[in-house]
Design a protein around this ligand. Structure first.
Ligand SMILES: *[C@@H]1O[C@H](CO)[C@@H](O)[C@H](O)[C@H]1NC(C)=O
Ligand SMILES: *[C@@H]1O[C@H](CO)[C@@H](O)[C@H](O)[C@H]1NC(C)=O
Ligand SMILES: *[C@@H]1O[C@H](CO)[C@@H](O)[C@H](O)[C@H]1NC(C)=O
Ligand SMILES: CC(=O)N[C@H]1CO[C@H](CO)[C@@H](O)[C@@H]1O
Length: 919
C-alpha cells in the first residue's frame, strides 16, 4: 500500500534541491534506485539516484535489439545479490535522500536513508557493511567522517568475508540467466500449476509483465483472462506511443503494487504467439480480480479458460464494474436482451435429438420445445485437423448430402446425446433467445432459437459434448452477453479437449461411416430384401419418425438406411403431396405420429422385415423394449387392422388389441357403433349431395377450376395480413433465396406487387414458374421476386387454400380454338360471386357439380347446353340420372347448332374425321 504521508515533492531539476523524500519505485542495481515523488494530477515525478561513494557489481543485461552489435552481458559476480539486498530493504518504502553531487539533470549521487529523515538507516553504508558494494576510492577524502566510516565498514566486511568478499567464491555468484524460453507449452507444463516465487522486473502495461524466476529465467507473461487498456507503438512513428484511455492509470495501478515485489505466480497457459499466461498471487489479493473490479480491465474469452482461480469470479467482478460504470465502463449501457417469455427453467423429457446441438423436449404440459444448447455449434468439415496438412481441402462428400454420417464427428455427437438423453428427464435453463435470421450467402435462414443450458443427472450436456470434442464453443462478440450461463466452463472444457486431442481436435483421421442409403432406391432395396428376410430379427436405430407407421431406420450391422412401414395395420396418414396436390391429413394422424415418436424416436429397436412395397419401403414388424409397435397403435385406437395381418403370427393379439380399442371407443373408434348385422354394402344408386360454398379464384385453359371455401376465407386473410406485415417489417433481400422445384415460398404477384404463398413448379435460368397455392393461378417471374416462406406461415399452419376441381360429366373439347371458346364461356359464368360445389366422383382430381347460390345456374350443364363441351360418360349408377339430363341438354345444343355443333353433329364415331378427336 502506498503511504498516505506526504513526501516532499521531488523537483525535476536537481540543481537546486539537496534533500527530499519519496517512495522507492525500483532498485536498478546494488547502488542505484528510482524514487517516486507525490503525484500532482498526472503521473508522479520520478528520479534516479545513484548511491554516492559506493560501487556495486554491474548486473547482466540483455542485448538491446535497437543497438547494432549489442550482446547479452553477464552479471559481475554478486551483482544479483547486491541488487536483491538493497531491493528487499527498501522497495516500496519511504526514504529520505540527500544529494551529494549532481553534475547534470541525468546524473545524481546521493545518500539514502530509510524513513523520513537522516536518522534512518543509511543504505549506502548498509551495502558496504553487507559486502554488497565497494567504496568508490577516487571520491574518498580523509577529512570526511562519512567516508571514513564507509572505509571502516568495508574493512570489516572484507575481514569477516561476507557478501562479495567470501572465499572461495561460490558457483552462484554469477547468475546463469535465460533470457528466452524455447517451448512455452513445455515450460508451463513443467511447473504443473504450482505457485512460483518470482520478482516482477518490469510492468509494460496493466496486464503484461516481466518476471525473474528462481532459476533466473526471465519471462514475459500476460494475466490470464483479462485485458487492460494498451499502450502501443505508433505504427507511423515507432518512437511515439499510443495509449488507450486509462492505459497509463492501469499501468501505474499495477506498477505501484507489484513492481519488484516478492509475489507468486501460477503459470497457466500459453497463447498462439507463445506468450505465457499467468496469474499473480499477492498477499493482499490477486491483481486480476482487482483490475476487473476497479474497471481497469475486461474479461477476454480466449484466455479466461486458463485462469485457474475460478473464472466465474472474474465475470462477477467485471459485472460489478460495469454496473458501477467504473473507468473503462463509464459509457457502458447494458444491452437489452431479447425477452424470455415464460419460465426460465423447466424440466422435460427428451424425445428427439434434432442436431448435434439441439434436442426436442416434451414438457410437463405436453408441449414439445426445440432447445438449442447455448454457445456451442455442431462440428463442421473444416473443424477436423487433417493429417494431410492444413491446406488439404476439407473433404465434403459427393452426391446426396447426409450430414449426420458425412460430417466428421456429427454421428458421434448424435449418438452420445441419443444414448445419454433419449427418454430421459432433463433440466433446461434458458440462457438467451437468438432472434430469427434471414438467409445470407453462406447460411440459410433460421427461425428464432431458444438457447439453453441443459443438464441431465447433474451433467451439463454442452460441457460434456465440448470436452469430448463433439461440438465447438461459439466465440461470441466481446460485448455480447447472449451466451451460455456456463460459458467459462465450456471454454475450459474446450481447452481440455484440445490438449487431450479429443474428437475434432484429434490429429487422427476422423471415423468414417459408410452408410448405404437404401431408402427411396427401389433397385437397391430389392437387393437387400432377401438378406433382411433371412436375417429374421435385425437390430436397428430409429433415425426418424415420419408418421404413425412410417419410420427411417439405421441398421448398424448392415450399415444401411431404410424406410420402414409397420406391418399389419392401416394407420392414419398426415397431410401429404399426392399426385394431384396436397392431400389433407386423415383424422388422428397427429396422435398416431406422436405415439410412435414418443415410443420409437432414436430408440434401439428390433425389426422383422416381411416384404417390400413398390416404392422400395420395407414392411415388417417393429419391437421396442418388447412392445410390438403395430399392436400398440391398435390398442390405442390409432390404427385399424389391415387384412394382410391375417397371415402373421401376431394376428390374434392384433385382433384382440383392435377389439379392445373398439369397445373402449377410443380415438378412431370414438364414433364407432357396433354393427347390428352385417349389411352387404352395395353400390349406391342415389346421388349424395353435400354442397360447400366456394369462391372460384382461377380457371385454367383446360377448364379446371381453383376454388376457396368461403368459410376458410377469414383464416387466409389473417394469415396473409400477418405474413405480409412480417415481410414488410423484415424485407427479404432480393435474390437471397434460391428456391428449388417443389418448394413452398412467397412470391410477389406481378399484377399487384403483393406477396402470396406459392409453390415452385419449375426453375429456369433466372426465372421461376410459380403456382399461387391459395388462389390457383400461375405465373413465370424473375427469381428475385421470390423469398423463403417464413416457417410460421407454411402449409403446416394453413393448408393451401385453392382446391382444384373439374366439372363432373363435362368433356372439354380438344380442338384448341373450341377449347378457348369454352374457356371464355366458363370464365364469363364464374365471376366474383359465391358458388357451391358438390363432389360427384374422383378421377385424378375431384369432379364437381358447380351451382350458383340460388341454383339457377349449373355451370357444367350450361356449358353443354350452350354447345361448348360434350357429355363425359360415366358408369356409376348414382350418376345416371344426372347424365341423362346432360344428354338432353347436349341434344338441344345439337338441334340449335350451337358452337361445337355449328357444322352439324359430331358424334363420337366420326369425331376424328372432323378433327374433334377424343381420347
Ligand atoms: C547509476 O547506476 C546505474 C545502474 O547501476 C548505472 O547504469 C549508471 O551508469 C550509474 N550512473 C552513473 C552516473 O554512474
Ligand atoms: C545455464 O542454464 C542453461 C539452461 O538453463 C544450462 O543449459 C547451462 O548448462 C547453464 N550454464 C551454466 C554455466 O550453469
Ligand atoms: C484473489 O484475490 C481476492 C481478493 O481480491 C481473494 O479473495 C482471493 O482469495 C484471491 N485468490 C487467490 C487464489 O489468492
Ligand atoms: C411378440 C411381442 O413382442 N408381442 C408384444 C407386442 O406388443 C404388446 C404391447 O403392445 C406386447 O404386450 C406383446 O408382448
Amino acid at each position: 500500500k502506498m503511504s498516505t504521508q506526504q513526501p516532499t515533492p521531488t523537483p525535476t531539476s536537481t540543481a537546486t534541491v539537496k534533500q527530499g523524500r519519496g517512495i522507492v519505485k525500483m532498485v536498478l542495481s546494488g547502488d542505484a534506485i528510482i524514487v517516486r515523488g507525490q503525484p500532482k494530477g498526472g503521473p508522479p515525478p520520478e528520479k534516479q539516484i545513484n548511491l554516492s561513494n559506493i560501487v556495486a557489481p554491474r548486473m547482466g543485461r540483455r542485448a538491446n535489439m535497437n543497438v547494432p552489435d549489442s550482446v547479452d552481458t553477464n552479471d559481475e559476480p554478486f551483482a544479483w545479490h547486491s541488487r536483491e539486498n538493497l531491493r528487499k530493504k527498501c522497495i516500496g518504502k519511504e526514504i529520505y535522500f540527500s544529494i551529494d553531487y549532481a553534475p547534470n539533470n541525468d546524473r545524481c549521487y546521493g545518500t539514502v536513508y530509510l524513513g523520513t529523515d537522516a536518522n534512518g538507516e543509511n543504505l549506502n553504508l548498509m551495502q558496504i557493511k553487507d559486502g554488497m558494494a565497494e567504496v568508490r576510492k577516487v571520491n574518498v577524502r580523509a577529512d570526511n567522517t562519512e567516508h571514513a566510516s564507509l572505509l571502516e565498514a568495508e574493512d570489516q566486511a572484507k575481514a569477516s568475508g561476507i557478501g562479495k568478499w567470501v572465499e572461495p567464491r561460490p558457483d552462484d555468484a554469477v547468475r546463469n540467466i535465460s533470457w528466452t524460453i524455447d517451448n512455452g507449452r513445455n515450460f508451463v507444463d513443467s511447473y504443473r500449476g504450482e505457485p512460483i516465487p518470482v520478482v516482477i522486473e518490469h510492468v509494460r502495461d496493466g496486464c503484461t509483465m516481466r518476471a525473474s524466476l528462481p532459476t533466473h529465467h526471465q519471462i514475459t507473461f500476460i494475466l490470464s483472462g483479462i485485458k487492460t487498456p494498451m499502450i502501443k507503438r505508433d505504427p507511423d512513428d515507432p518512437k511515439k506511443e499510443i495509449a488507450d484511455p486509462y492505459a497509463a492509470e492501469a499501468k501505474f495501478f499495477v506498477e505501484s503494487r507489484l513492481l519488484q515485489r516478492d509475489v507468486k505466480i501460477i503459470l497457466e497457459g500459453v497463447s498462439n504467439q507463445n506468450i505465457l499466461l499467468a496469474t499473480v498471487l499477492h498477499p493482499n489479493g490477486n491483481i486480476t480480480e482487482i483490475l476487473l473490479r476497479e474497471g481497469f480491465a475486461r474479461c477476454v474469452d480466449w484466455s479466461i479458460a486458463s485462469y485457474s482461480q475460478g473464472a466465474e469470479k472474474l465475470r462477477a467482478m467485471e459485472k460489478q464494474a460495469k454496473e458501477r460504470k467504473s473507468r473503462i465502463w463509464k459509457d457502458y449501457v447494458a444491452k437489452v436482451q431479447e425477452t424470455i417469455t415464460g419460465e426460465r427453467e423447466f424440466t422435460g423429457k427428451v424425445i428427439q435429438v434434432v442436431n448435434a446441438d439441439a434436442i426436442a423436449v416434451k414438457t410437463a404440459n405436453g408441449d414439445v420445445r426445440t432447445i438449442h444448447l447455448a454457445s456451442v455449434r455442431p462440428p463442421r468439415f473444416d473443424d477436423v485437423v487433417h493429417t494431410k496438412g492444413k491446406d488439404a481441402p476439407p473433404e465434403a462428400p459427393k452426391g446426396k448430402s447426409r450430414p449426420l454420417y458425412d460430417v466428421p464427428y456429427m454421428f458421434e455427437a448424435r449418438e452420445f446425446m441419443r444414448k445419454k438423453l433419449i427418454g430421459k428427464k432433463v433440466t433446461v435453463t434458458i440462457d438467451y433467445i437468438k432472434p430469427s435470421s434471414a438467409a445470407t450467402d453462406t447460411l440459410g435462414a433460421f427461425p428464432e432459437r431458444t438457447c439453453a443450458t441443459v443438464r441431465s443427472g447433474g451433467i451439463n450436456i454442452a460441457e460434456a459434448l465440448v470436452s469430448k470434442g463433439l461440438v465447438k464453443v461459439v466465440r461470441h462478440r466481446q460485448d455480447d452477453d447472449a451466451r451460455s450461463s456456463r460459458y467459462d466452463d465450456l471454454l475450459a472444457a474446450e481447452q481440455r479437449a484440445v490438449k487431450t486431442c479429443k474428437g475434432v481436435n484429434s490429429k487422427k483421421e476422423p471415423p468414417i461411416h459408410r452408410v448405404a442409403d437404401v431408402s427411396g432406391d427401389v433397385a437397391k432395396a430389392k437387393q437387400f430384401l432377401p438378406f433382411l428376410q433371412r436375417a429374421g430379427k435385425s437390430e436397428a436405430v430409429v433415425e426418424y419418425v415420419f408418421g404413425g407407421s412410417r419410420l427411417k431406420l439405421f441398421l448398424p450391422k448392415e450399415t444401411c438406411l431404410i424406410t420402414f412401414l409397420l406391418a399389419g395395420i392401416d394407420c392414419p396418414r398426415g397431410a401429404r403431396n399426392g399426385a394431384q396436390g396436397v392431400m389433407e391429413a386423415d383424422a388422428y394422424s397427429d396422435e398416431a405420429l406422436a405415439l410412435t415418436k414418443e415410443n420409437c424416436m432414436h430408440r434401439e429397436v428390433s425389426v422383422e422385415v416381411e416384404t417390400i412395397d413398390r416404392a422400395g419401403n420395407f414392411i415388417g414388424w417393429l419391437f421396442v423394449e418388447g412392445v410390438n409397435m403395430s399392436q400398440l397403435l391398435l390398442e390405442n385406437g390409432l390404427s385399424k387392422i389391415h387384412f394382410t395381418a391375417e397371415r402373421s403370427n401376431f394376428y390374434r393379439s392384433l385382433q384382440a388389441a383392435e377389439e379392445k380399442a373398439k369397445t373402449q371407443k377410443i380415438n378412431i373408434w370414438s364414433g364407432y357403433v357396433e354393427p347390428v348385422a352385417q349389411v352387404k354394402t352395395e353400390e349406391p344408386t342415389e346421388r349424395k349431395t353435400n354442397y360447400r360454398s366456394v369462391y372460384v379464384t382461377e380457371v385454367t385453359p383446360q377448364l379446371h377450376l381453383f376454388c376457396q371455401f368461403s368459410d376458410a376465407g377469414s383464416k387466409l386473410d389473417t394469415l396473409m395480413e400477418k405474413m405480409r406485415g412480417c415481410l414488410i417489417a423484415d424485407p427479404p433481400l432480393p435474390g437471397s433465396h434460391q428456391p428449388r422445384r417443389g418448394e413452398f415460398c412467397v412470391a410477389r404477384f406481378t399484377e399487384d406487387d403483393m406477396w402470396y404463398r406459392a409453390r415452385v413448379e419449375k426453375v429456369e435460368k433466372d426465372k421461376l414458374h410459380v403456382h399461387y397455392i391459395d388462389f390457383g393461378n400461375k405465373e413465370i417471374i424473375p427469381s428475385n421476386r421470390v423469398a423463403s416462406l417464413p416457417g410460421e406461415y407454411n402449409t403446416g399452419a394453413l393448408l393451401p387454400q385453392a382446391h382444384e376441381y373439374s366439372l363432373a360429366l363435362v368433356n372439354p373439347p380438344e380442338d384448341p380454338d373450341s377449347l378457348a371458346d369454352a374457356f371464355r364461356a366458363l370464365c364469363g359464368m364464374v365471376g366474383n360471386v359465391q358458388f357451391k360445389v358438390n363432389v360427384e366422383y374422383k378421377d385424378g382430381v375431384d369432379f364437381v357439380t358447380l351451382l350458383n347460390q340460388d341454383e339457377t345456374l349449373n355451370v357444367g350443364k350450361a356449358l353443354i347446353g350452350d354447345g361448348f363441351c360434350t357429355v363425359a360418360k360415366r358408369g356409376e349408377k348414382r350418376l345416371q340420372k344426372m347424365m341423362s339430363e346432360f344428354y338432353a341438354e347436349q341434344n338441344n345444343a345439337k338441334k340449335q347448332h350451337l358452337n361445337l355443333w355449328r357444322y352439324g353433329d359430331i358424334s363420337e364415331d366420326d369425331a376424328s374425321e372432323f378433327g374433334y378427336s377424343k381420347k
